[in-house]
Design a protein around this ligand. Structure first.
Ligand SMILES: *Cc1c(COP(=O)(O)O)cnc(C)c1O
Length: 464
């Protein structure tokens, strides 16, 4: 498609974009030469329609937000109807149906544990990082209200990720995002990751999890009485390279939090809503957290929204005659009705389409498509948790010989896949599939074929 002067419409758009936009998570210097900018005109199902006239498979669900496809008609209709009824209202002192109904539905779906009081209250925020801030502040403030002033620290896991705001960054451990801001960050305590990729030869994922739990015990023992909460990503450390762990770790972590009297915060922002095979990842351990953070897939990928679920015990700790003991945290758009309506429509699709059960069949097909790639000469590890499949690329497929970061294997694979009509966005040298749940077998075949070609192309191009 050529516009005036022989410049394609897509190129004209790129120039217009780069003249005014500063893109997230991007070294802008790399545009347009190293990184292509992909102008998108529309989306449908798992596909994105480019302004260049080509279609692209959204293999990463647009940063892990999309569940049932782009421009999902039921979600779009719910947003449109809500926009004509009540677009927004202050949630301090006011109430509205979408916020209340969504809270009721989320609490009914939340993980349960026999003998433990269930999650009972919902606090809204408007993105994942803000939800993490809410959970951290709640845990800290609860102990303050009890007069336990020395409980000021959080424990987090090595290689974890909880968002970009300063509080969330402080409990994250991805050097690329964290290092430069370190002087600004509150000090957190880090415990070993249960990551099964770190297994020694002959060690099982469960043994690795037990070993990491022993490390967590040591941290809690050393800082007994100083910690208010442990925060972790259950089952998959996503930003940390889709590293997966055995669910037994969550049971041990739950028991240790009880033993040391600290809260357990489940960050299900990326893994919640059916992504790892169950509605919430914590279900796989048969235990429940004290606080649970949800965002990303909460609205099916349509609008920003976060929800923090808390126990009655935590809620009750803020009830008092004094306002200082109240949780005064607020965002202007708290509980936005449009976002809540999108979330309600999303939960409606889970029910009407039996999405979690359907995902089991899709995940089995993903495993079949991934199996030949696991044998690829440069794949050191292929792993899966439900609707997430990841391939760890190394030289010769040996865990001990990662590619030189300067070879930029992941970036080369990204470019090669885009040329073949697939949007993969590797994490370093980890290529992963995290597609919308509506992906069909034909698209999965394209994804598998393209992943292989992208790896081969990247390795050849880098001369690695
Ligand atoms: C993405 C993510 C966040 C942050 O959510 P944003 O909406 O991007 O701020 C927090 N925790 C986890 C586990 C995430 O994957």
């Amino acid at each position: 498609m050529l516009a005036e002067g022989g410049v394609s419409e897509a190129d004209a758009w790129r120039a217009r974009d780069l003249a005014v936009l500063w893109h997230p998570c991007t070294q802008m210097r790399e545009h347009p030469d190293t990184l292509p900018l992909l102008p998108i005109a529309s989306g449908q199902g798992p596909w994105l329609l480019g302004r260049d006239g080509h279609r692209y498979l959204d293999a990463i669900s647009s940063w892990w937000t999309n569940l049932f496809g782009h421009a999902e008609p039921r979600i779009a209709a719910a947003i449109a109807a809500q926009a004509q009824t009540l677009e927004h209202v202050i949630l301090a002192g006011c109430s509205h149906a979408p916020a209340v109904e969504l809270a009721e539905r989320l609490l009914a779906l939340a993980p349960r544990e026999p003998g433990r009081a269930p999650l009972a209250k919902v606090f809204y925020a408007d993105n994942g990082s803000a939800g993490v801030e809410v959970a951290l502040k709640m845990a800290f403030h609860w102990f303050r209200n009890r007069g336990e002033l020395q409980r000021t620290k959080f424990v987090a896991l090595d290689n974890g990720y909880h968002g970009e705001t300063l509080g969330a960054l402080a409990v994250g451990d991805i050097p690329l995002y964290r290092r430069v801001y370190a002087p600004l960050l509150a000090e957190a305590l880090f415990a070993p990751s249960p990551d099964a990729y770190l297994c020694e030869p002959g060690e099982s994922a469960e043994q690795r999890a037990q070993c990491a739990a022993d490390g967590l015990r040591a941290v809690l023992e050393r800082h007994a009485g100083e910690v208010c909460a442990l925060i972790l990503e259950p089952r998959v450390q996503c930003a940390g390279g889709m590293r997966m762990h055995d669910a037994s770790y969550l049971r041990r972590a739950r028991a240790l939090c009880d033993e040391f009297g600290v809260f357990l915060i489940a960050d299900e922002i990326a893994v919640g809503f059916g992504r790892t095979g169950t509605m919430f990842a914590f279900e796989q351990a048969g235990v429940a957290p004290d606080l649970m953070c949800l965002s990303k897939g909460l609205t099916g990928g349509a609008l920003p929204l976060a929800a923090v679920l808390a126990t009655q015990t935590i809620y009750d700790g803020f009830l008092d005659d004094s306002r200082e003991r109240a949780f005064l945290h607020s965002h202007s758009y708290t509980g936005n009705p449009l976002a809540c309506a999108a979330a309600l429509a999303t939960l409606g699709i889970f029910a009407s389409d039996d999405a979690v059960a359907r995902n089991r069949a899709t995940a089995a097909r993903m495993a079949q498509h991934a199996a030949p790639l696991a044998e690829h000469a440069h794949v050191a590890d292929a792993r899966q948790a439900g609707m997430i499949v990841a391939f760890e690329l190394t030289q010769g497929g040996d865990k001990r010989t990662p590619f030189d970061p300067a070879a930029r294997i992941g970036l080369r694979a990204y470019r090669a896949a885009l040329q073949r009509g697939v949007l993969l966005r590797p994490l370093g040298d980890v290529l992963y599939w995290m597609p919308p749940y509506c992906i069909d077998d034909e698209a999965l075949a394209l994804l598998a074929r393209t992943t292989r070609e992208a790896i081969d192309h990247a390795v050849a191009e880098a001369g690695a």
